[in-house]
Ligand binder design. Structure first.
Ligand code: PRP
Length: 183
């Protein structure tokens, strides 16, 4: 789906499909260099990271394995509580493995803070984070992110895995959702 199919739902397009693809390819080149001699495991955080994982992994020139986690924030409404429940754990033993956690977005950083400390306790060789998008203004928890696609404003953004009520994940561009859609 592209933005012409949801005309009126976006106030503006932040990044086109081409801009996103170009950035993912550039990040893949950095990861190729950094993990040239490593045993790389990409850990995607469901559901939003599906698009990033698909594009990033295929842009890599090095070997990698992939695994997935699904987590859910306790708490009501739109605010993350910081308490995270694991809905689906890894199938892989990450002891001694170089882990790169792949996210679609870091908003408050609470999900990743929990996830990283949980994964660290399993003794990986290394653990780093890659995210397609990051909202710096919303950061409540300092999370050390090795690879960032784009810093974005603190607005309701959809597309490229980011959803509103389960929709818009398959939008190829990334844009700001118009208020009339969610109010
Ligand atoms: C999103 C995103 C991160 C989390 C970031 O997931 O994929 O996991 O929120 O928010 P935080 O930095 O404030 O903790 P979400 O819970 O929306 O689930 P989804 O990936 O299925 O859309």
């Amino acid at each position: 789906m592209d933005d012409t199919q949801i005309s009126g739902d976006l106030t503006h397009v932040l990044f086109t499909k081409e801009e996103v693809a170009e950035r993912m390819t550039a990040l893949a080149a950095e990861i190729d260099r950094d993990y040239a001699d490593k045993d790389l495991l990409l850990v995607g955080v469901l559901n939003g990271a599906v698009m990033v994982m698909a594009d990033l992994s295929r842009a890599l020139k090095i070997h990698c394995r992939m695994d997935w986690m699904a987590v859910s924030s306790y708490g009501s409404g739109t605010q993350s509580s910081g308490v995270v429940r694991i809905l689906k754990d890894l199938s892989t033993d990450i002891t001694g493995v170089d882990v790169l956690v792949v996210e679609d977005i870091i908003d408050t950083g609470l999900t990743l803070s929990y996830l990283i400390s949980n994964l660290r306790s399993r003794s990986p060789a290394s653990i780093k984070i890659m995210t397609a998008f990051r909202k710096p203004e919303a950061a409540r928890n300092a999370v050390d992110v090795a690879y960032v696609g784009f810093d974005i404003p603190n607005e309701f953004v959809v597309g490229y895995g980011l959803d509103y009520d389960g929709h818009y994940r398959n939008l190829t561009s990334v844009g700001t959702l118009a208020k009339h859609v969610y109010s």
